[in-house]
Write a protein that binds this ligand. Structure first.
Ligand SMILES: Cc1cc2nc3c(=O)[nH]c(=O)nc-3n(C[C@H](O)[C@H](O)[C@H](O)COP(=O)(O)OP(=O)(O)OC[C@H]3O[C@@H](n4cnc5c(N)ncnc54)[C@H](O)[C@@H]3O)c2cc1C
Length: 450
């Protein structure tokens, strides 16, 4: 019985679950992965392999000096990460990106997991929340409905989403404040911070008309087969609002009321685009109500036509997807444990990160934290200055729980390095300083566990 208590159970053998299992097993822990495929399928997975990449075959930029995703790659490699090691073995030429042959990659991960002496794979769907033991739930954006319902019963329906509705997020230092200004509608709020919580970008009639035309003409992505459009009840994409009538947005998220432009106090804006702080650091802003199914290229063009956002640098573009994810800022502690059931950790996309690399990184962290716990070790808090730390800190605390949507890794999640130039010009030095600082902090943290 005591032996069983030392076993780590992982539900879901995707990118996060496979990485979590690998990390824990390499730290001497017995692991059982419970994977429902191929018995139970999802609309996106095509095989019974572990760690299947369901869409693109790219892990994005491999530049660990100037790119936050590349830095995550670096951190995972330093930690002996399965996903990065196997990606390296199945790499395809893709310039600075890390792209792989997806079939041989997933087959490679599956082989290594099945051959690991401390890992067993049970091919079964788990439909209930485990009541005891050590567990990681890494069932991803397409968590089976039975388990999704069990999670929602524990967390409350409002704390588990089944669709994301992501508005674009922009680096604060790329917004032109000679056109934009900070003000909450009708100056509402008890503190100066609340009265100036929103960043406003004004449009005159001609600019608004052009913007609506661009929205209507922009290329849109289609839903995947099997995805439903339930999201329509709650949050319409802006282009769908525009299709319903040219004035709809002006009466919705772009209404110009309750705002005075300090740059032109006598001119009444025809429409106003509002942005809201997206993280506690104040380095990122999201465009309020601008969830969209426009293609990425079209989004960049259309959003840069907004006065003040001409030079916008996007931390992430918008999207709407089938995506099961937790309201992690309210539900998880800094060790990725469910506060109400601390024997259960969550990892991967279901924690509210977005992307293969981010999901695998959260698996890596959860696997290491679970292994330490089972061995009775205490891991020091993961420094926020690492890429993995910046991400986990964002989802478990830094993000605003009320507007929480999935996040990918970006330098806006990092604490600023003092004394460096802001804006576009200082970017190369700034990013190098972030990645140097992260590498030192990550190496030190890893050395505790070995
Ligand atoms: C359609 C789609 C396209 C995407 N495209 C991209 C992309 O191009 N690039 C990118 O970076 N990210 C993409 N993502 C987002 C995300 O990065 C991937 O979904 C990634 O695979 C998430 O990793 P994960 O380990 O959290 O989940 P997954 O890799 O999905 O792994 C979860 C595993 O859990 C299993 N499972 C689910 N429920 C149960 C259960 N009850 N019992 C047992 N097993 C269960 C599933 O079968 C699956 O194997 C996409 C997501 C979707 C849905």
């Amino acid at each position: 019985m005591r032996g069983m208590e030392k076993t780590l159970h992982i539900i879901g053998g995707g990118l996060a679950g496979s990485e979590a299992a690998w990390q824990a097993a390499n730290l001497g822990i017995s692991v059982v992965i419970h994977e429902m495929r191929p018995k139970v399928e999802t609309f996106a997975h095509k095989s019974g392999d572990l760690a299947e990449m369901v869409c693109s075959n790219s892990f994005r930029s491999d530049d660990h000096e100037q790119n936050a995703v590349g830095l995550l790659h670096w951190e995972m490699r330093q930690a002996g990460g399965l996903i990065m090691e196997t990606a390296g073995e199945h790499r395809l030429p893709a310039g600075g990106a890390l792209a792989v042959d997806r079939e041989s990659f997933a087959a490679g991960v599956t082989k290594k997991i099945l051959e690991h002496p401390l890992i067993t794979v049970d091919y079964e769907e788990i439909t209930e929340l485990p009541s005891s033991g050590h567990w990681i739930i890494a069932t991803g954006p397409l968590t089976s409905s039975a388990l999704g319902e069990a999670i929602a019963a524990e967390t409350g329906q409002n704390a588990l989403a089944f669709f994301d509705a992501i508005a674009p997020i922009i680096y604060a230092d790329s917004i032109d404040m000679s056109k934009a200004w900070m003000q909450s509608r009708y100056d509402k709020g008890d503190t100066e911070e609340e009265r100036t919580a929103y960043l406003n970008c004004p449009m005159d009639k001609a600019q608004y008309d052009q913007f609506i035309d661009a929205l209507l003409e922009a290329e849109k992505t289609e839903f995947h087969e099997g995805e439903t459009a339930k999201y329509f009840d709650g949050c319409l994409p802006i282009e769908v609002m525009a299709e319903r009538g040219r004035e709809t947005l002006r009466h919705g998220p772009m209404k110009p009321v309750g705002l005075t432009n300090p740059h032109q106090p006598d001119v009444k804006a025809h429409a106003v685009v509002q942005l809201r702080r997206d993280n506690a650091l104040g380095t990122l802003f999201n465009i309020v109500g601008f969830q969209t199914k426009m293609k990425y290229g079209a989004q960049a063009t259309v959003f840069k036509s907004i006065p003040g956002l001409e030079g916008a640098n996007f931390a992430r573009l918008g999207g709407i997807h089938r995506n099961t994810f937790l309201n992690s800022p309210t539900l998880l502690d800094g060790q990725m444990r469910l506060k109400s059931q601390p024997h259960i950790r969550f990892a991967g996309q279901i924690t509210g990160v977005e992307g293969y690399v981010e999901s695998a990184a959260m698996g890596l962290l959860a696997g290491r934290l679970a292994a330490a716990e089972i061995k009775g070790e205490v891991m020091p808090d993961l420094p926020q200055d690492t890429a993995t730390g910046a991400l986990v800190h964002h989802i478990t605390g830094g993000a605003d729980a009320k507007t929480f949507q999935p996040m990918n890794i970006n330098f806006g999640l990092f604490r600023p390095v003092e004394g460096l130039k802001g804006g576009r010009r200082g970017r190369t030095d700034r990013y190098k300083a972030y990645t140097d600082r992260a590498k030192n902090a990550w190496s030190e943290w890893l050395s505790v566990q070995g």
